[in-house]
Write a protein that binds this ligand. Sequence first.
Ligand SMILES: [Mg+2]
Length: 278
Amino acid sequence: MLLLVDLDGTVWRGRAAVPGVPELLTERAAAGDVVVYVTNNSTRHRADYMPRLAAIGAPADISRIVTSARATAVHLASLEPRVDRVLAVGTPGLVAELREVGLTVFPAGEVADTITDGALRVAAAGDPQAVVVGLDRGFDYGRLAVASACIRAGALFLATNRDPVFPTEYGFVPGAGSIVAAVEVASGVAPVSIGKPGPLLLEVAADAVGLPLDGAVVIGDSLQTDIPAAHAAGVASVLLLTGVTTVEHLDELPASQHPTAVARDAAELRAVLARLAG
Ligand SMILES: [Mg+2]
């Protein structure tokens, strides 16, 4: 089976592994399953995850880590007519992923500081054919102005993901979706969003290992992202109650939005996967 596995709240919580999950994934991989990690996080190059996965004993292979940054880059590189020049609102990790697929990338922060006129902004931003927006902790009025000017001038608008917030040890902080919303309002254009809950991240992940998405199983802890992405892609899903979701959250949802199965921990996940493998 192709297992499309979320990271935060599923494989790890903060620095610590979710007990038993790395071992279970290693066991499934040894039995022939293909494990691909799918995360909405847009801030890091996927290489950054390798030491973390290795440290907790989870299967680690860079070609099987698909972040929303990587998926956005791969999706952009596949478009016809061809996109060569991209304005990026995001981190150095996002810029690195976009450059790695051959795109010429103009970081919005480098463009924004010196220019005040809208038309000049578009030229100074390299007249991009696409604008990519992810989480950007340095986001400000200048970057908003440059990004929205380029979109108004006709550039495609892609969001890495639309997570409004994400959890940290200090509570919830603004996610990429909060920044995407600002660009959407300023440009008057709705983006194509690559991350979960849409199906595109999962499609890029299946392509990355040359397998059909058909028959894949999504494993994740979020009823806002993981499970609706599985529904959008038409594949099975397992909700792990090791992260942001409790049984009470599940009870509030209509049956049509429920996962295929629910697992409270790694032991229950082992039994569910054995059953799905049938
Ligand atoms: Mg998660």
